[in-house]
Design a protein around this ligand. Structure first.
Ligand SMILES: Cc1cc2nc3c(=O)[nH]c(=O)nc-3n(C[C@H](O)[C@H](O)[C@H](O)COP(=O)(O)OP(=O)(O)OC[C@H]3O[C@@H](n4cnc5c(N)ncnc54)[C@H](O)[C@@H]3O)c2cc1C
Length: 477
């Protein structure tokens, strides 16, 4: 029987493990942390009975993928919940904009900019199932749906600032800035529209759902399937050397749910082909995040009514203000008014609250390795659009870039997307090659978010790496 070890139990490690196990491989997952799940862990971080997502909160790109179609995670206990409003963007004085599941309803609320919004997102929404199939795999492939991919590619290559210019009013521009800023890139840079167009269209096609019971339910469902197929997960085991893994387990296949630089250390200089080692060492990490989890009595008192119903709220003001903040972060300067993403998952999953005390998960974009305390800057951005917020906070914990990296070795310098989304790495991650999961060492594959299609708890990097491993032994499903 073929055997495999997966190093790391993030959503990609687990998706890789499940894919191998379904193909009849005997799989062991080794996880450094005391709890499995990587970026899909949930904890009562603030107040007993109030459940927070430690990392990922919203999962638009996990709903319909080759991986999700290959395994019935619903039968294994994973259920999704949707908020009324997918994401919102408050502006000063109670103004703002909101993205709803429906393109037309979103566009109608944007007044004079509605037609432009419809022109941008309507055609992508119509073909999004095909487009997503194309971009949720390595870029170097023969596209099955070239026209749909081409339509997406034209917009994706543009700077987000170029798309913002198509809108007239601050509301539509700001709505776009919030979703585009998920790229962690200056909004004037090439291809800074790619992630915004993907996530913005996904909001219409699939919504931005939360996992009922916390994002931990995503990893729990995968572990259940893995165990049903004879696999195991061992926590509290930090893997330091491939030689050791192979000596102790004799595994035929090793998947590394790690950063490329950690892969260099684990595989070792002797085994890794020099060109792969150089490419992995040159892999660029992006800016960092500073997180604050709040327990809030009565919820956040947003002035902008749709924000009270939104799963995700983007904070930072106008397009220009967010663009300035993102530019500062990219240059290594901490902005005074950072871009903040705020999750109200409990609106779609009320059991996460305790009575009228609700979990609010916020993080700011900060420079890589930022060692200051951004708590007050985050509170100020919330208070700006929700006066009185501070008085409702009954519990709070923070995680600096250093703590985020200490909790998960893949988030180097607080880089929660495991690799900068610059144009080159957006297309070729972790290196330009036809098989981006291969390390050049027989049977050893990288499967983390540093590989295609990149960040997110969708499991598609793990699925792709497992498929590459199975193809190499002639057992692809
Ligand atoms: C604050 C925050 C908010 C986010 N929001 C979202 C969101 O809303 N939606 C979304 O889709 N994504 C979100 N993400 C990103 C998402 O969590 C990651 O992209 C995703 O978890 C990557 O999965 P992965 O399997 O590649 O790696 P990870 O989830 O990072 O898991 C890697 C695992 O490997 C383990 N490991 C590493 N090295 C070793 C070793 N040597 N030995 C043993 N174990 C090792 C780590 O401990 C970790 O458990 C967010 C992340 C953060 C931090």
């Amino acid at each position: 029987m073929t055997t495999a070890v997966v190093v790391g139990s993030g959503p990609n490690g687990l998706a890789g493990a499940v894919t191998l196990a379904l193909a009849g491989v005997q799989v062991t997952v080794l996880e450094a942390a005391d709890a499995p799940g990587g970026g899909t862990r949930s904890t009562e971080a603030t107040v007993p009975g109030v459940l927070h997502d430690e990392c990922s909160g919203f999962h638009p790109l996990a709903i319909d993928t080759a991986f999700s179609r290959s395994v019935d995670l619903t039968a294994a206990g994973l259920n999704w919940g949707w908020p009324d409003v997918e994401y919102s963007h408050p502006l000063d004085g109670g103004d703002g904009a909101a993205a709803l599941r429906d393109v037309d309803r979103t566009a109608s609320a944007l007044g004079a900019d509605g037609a432009t919004y419809r022109r941008i997102f309507g055609p992508l929404d119509d073909r999004f199932d095909l487009i997503a199939q194309e971009f949720l795999q390595p870029v170097l492939h023969v596209p099955k749906y070239p026209l749909a991919l081409g339509r997406f590619g034209v917009g994706a290559g543009l700077p987000a600032a170029a798309i913002a210019k198509l809108y007239r009013a601050p509301q539509a521009k700001a709505l776009w800035a919030g979703v585009a800023a998920h790229a962690f890139r200056p909004l004037g840079s090439l291809a800074s529209s790619a992630i915004g167009l993907a996530l913005g269209t996904a909001a219409h096609r699939y919504g931005w759902p939360v996992a009922i019971g916390g994002s931990q339910a995503i990893s729990a469902a995968m572990i259940r399937v893995l165990e049903q197929h004879g696999g195991t997960v061992k926590t509290g085991v930090t893997v330091r050397s491939l030689a050791q893994v192979r000596r102790e387990t004799g595994a035929d296949i090793v998947l590394l749910d790690t950063s490329p630089t950690a892969a260099v250390r684990i595989i070792g200089d002797d085994a890794l082909p020099p060109h792969v080692r150089r490419a992995f060492e040159r892999f660029r990490h992006g800016p960092g995040a500073f997180q604050v989890a709040f327990a809030v009595e009565g919820g956040v008192p947003w002035q902008h009514e749709p924000s009270r119903r939104a799963g995700t709220v983007h904070l930072g003001g106008t397009f220009e203000q967010i663009a300035a903040a993102e530019k500062d972060v990219a240059r290594g300067r901490m902005p005074k008014r950072p871009f903040v993403l705020l999750g109200q998952q409990y609106l779609a999953d009320p059991a996460r609250s305790s009575g009228d005390v609700h979990p609010i998960d916020a993080y700011a974009h900060v420079p890589a390795g930022y060692d200051g305390d951004a708590t007050e800057l985050i509170i100020a951005q919330i208070e700006r659009f929700a006066p009185g917020f501070r008085d409702r906070v009954v519990g709070m914990t923070t995680r600096s870039t250093g703590q985020i990296a200490a909790d998960n070795a893949n988030f180097i310098g607080g880089d929660i997307v495991t690799g900068a989304n610059d144009p080159l790495q957006l297309v070729f991650r972790p290196r330009p090659t036809l098989n981006p999961y291969a390390t050049g060492v027989d049977g050893v594959y990288l499967c983390s978010a540093a590989t295609p299609p990149g960040a997110g708890a969708h499991g598609m990097c793990g699925y792709g790496a497992a498929q590459a491993a199975l193809a190499a032994i002639g057992a692809a499903r």
